[in-house]
Design a protein around this ligand. Sequence first.
Ligand code: ACM
Ligand code: ZN
Length: 757
Amino acid sequence: MSFKKIVGLSLFISFLFNCKNNENIAEISKINPIPQEQIMNEGHFILNQSTGISTDSVFPISEAFLLNFIEKGSNFKLEESNDIQFIKDLSISNEEGYILDISPKHIQIKAATDQGAFYGVQTLRQLLPVAFENGSFSDDTVKIPCQLIKDAPQFPYRGMHLDVSRHMFSVAFIKSYIDAIAMLKMNTFHWHLTDDQGWRIEIKSYPKLQEVAAFRDETLIGHYSDQPHRYDGQNYGGYYTQDQIKEIVAYAAFRHVTVIPEIEMPGHAQAAIAAYPNLGCSGEAINVAQKWGVFETIYCSKDETFTFLENVLDEVCDLFPSKYIHIGGDEAPKTAWKSCDSCQSRITSEALSDEHELQNYFITRIEKYLNSKGKQIIGWDEILEGGLAPNATVMSWRGTEGAIEAARQKHQVIMTPTSHCYFDYYQSTNENEPLAIGGYLPLEKVYHFDPIPEELTASEATYILGAQGNLWTEYIQNEDQVEYMVFPRILAMSEVVWSQPNLKNYDNFIERLEHFHSRLNALDINYANHLYEIDGKIISKNNDLYYELSTLSTGKDIRVSLNGDEPHLSSRFYTNPIHMDTSKILKAAVFKKDTLQKLGPTFTKIFNFHKAVGKSISIDKTPHASYAGSGPEGLINSISGSDKRFGDKEWLGFWGDDIEITIDLGEELDIHSVATRFHNGNGQWIYAPKKVSLELDNDLLTHSISQNSSILVPVSFEVQQRSRYIKLRIPNYGIIPDGKQGAGNKAWTFIDEIIVN
Ligand code: ACM
Ligand code: ZN
């Protein structure tokens, strides 16, 4: 009698965890993104030279993909038969859903549409050896465990974005990006084609977009916050020809990926205005931008601009069959419009109340044009300002407020908040990470993203179409680095948008990811691997502080040294949290079990013990949720923050607040110095304060900080007195001055360890 196990998912997951040493079970536990329902059966389907496949065009794309994948992956030549069969099943209600039924006799892929069947094929692909990915499978049989998978996506919009304006990538690479999207059952490629630093789509009616707008004379070197700005002196640019675009769109369609082009307006338009200065308000000549940021030269609202944009969009619509065209709409400073006669008379003639309503006029007029061509618009959440164009879909990036507002106005929404979806942010606090724009978005945070803002009612939530990972490429110069930033966070995002929330389990995801590494290796994808890094955190036990180490992957050894030696020189295995009672240098690394094979980088932490460590601290304001470090206690935990990064566990960030920090030493102690430091990354709106005051039990000292452009600004008070309380008053820098990034907004304050000696 055959063993047949039919299990609900929760039972199934525990079954998986209990049967790790059963090879077949382990295999099926590792599909990304995790499928809705999986039932293991006994036996195998044998795939070999005499296997047949039905290619009678029920689902031509899926059939061709699978045939090609198997034949190119191995030396099998599949004949025509029903061993592997595609079946149209209209009872499958989700048009992207599928059933994959693997039995000893056959493999059946059932779906209502070719797209659903395609996702069944992607699942089957992950049940085949990774050698198929690069054509190196040379055995004569594959045993595929029998099972029944029923699967369907949670959200209809599952996207990845790529900015090709700041840096450009080859056609072959764009195709491989689309391959990855499709492999993970995502269905949209948002192609950011125009921006201040380069126009990348051929528009035949405007040749200067190719001759001028597609190239910049040189590019900023290093980070925007590094002062003074330096440039590489190299011309940079290029564009995709219409033939290349058609080729890419067709390639994507063959993988059920829709390509949504983004043509930015009214802001991020400096490259186009460099080519055609009349499109701007002043008509003055200007360069294609050579550094990053938000620029004040934007499209003027005169008729001439609309003629240009309509002609451009005519060509765009002919190239992209997508229902949606993304028209940007973000980060458009209104300075130029305020002093422009054309824009001011537009405000008067259209009875608009201000420049924000002029932005709404601009977007609505373009929407009307695109609607007349059968297209819908998507815009970044700034298109809510001054009123929403009637049929627009909102892409919520500055948080979730835009999403909430749009859904309540019954507009469709795509979620891409910076907090969970910006893959240009750092993914690790490791100091050796390649330069990135800033921020901190680790894999786990992406994984736990819920695209539905909790503020929405169930009916409002139906307007959330899905989510998308974004990759802006200011600091991403080559294709390897694109892959590094995208992988593995794209796997987490694919599970966010595809899988049912109740099936998500981070530990299980990490196991599947570790397994998936071999597939990524076979695909020659330069993924980031932070699974073998060490993470440390302070814990408090019986009023004493301890330092706890962990690593994401399981079944490994952590070795540790406390004298600054490399951990392999120490035979010491990490077993328990380390007592933090003196200054010391801790080094640790992850090793393959019972070996000296080091798997990841050395983790180093310097504990600089001082009088305030472990004492009590309070701050009169709450740090910003995205930069809350280890909380106020992190300022007196003996660990200084990174010199390069402010998004780690040690820095605390406050947005616009004046803050007052009080440390209670518990008793009067001799104080000789109180020192701290501030981050001063002006390009990211972060400013050291202009002064800091220190108040001891009976003394008040104030330090003025001379304004400079160093990225780290230390402050130290030398004193000679006894005190129990230490109070630091830190007024916020204030409003960011004109001419700087973020001008007019409140500045951020970032503070590090407060060292009391
Ligand atoms: C954006 O990140 N400016 C949409
Ligand atoms: Zn104007």
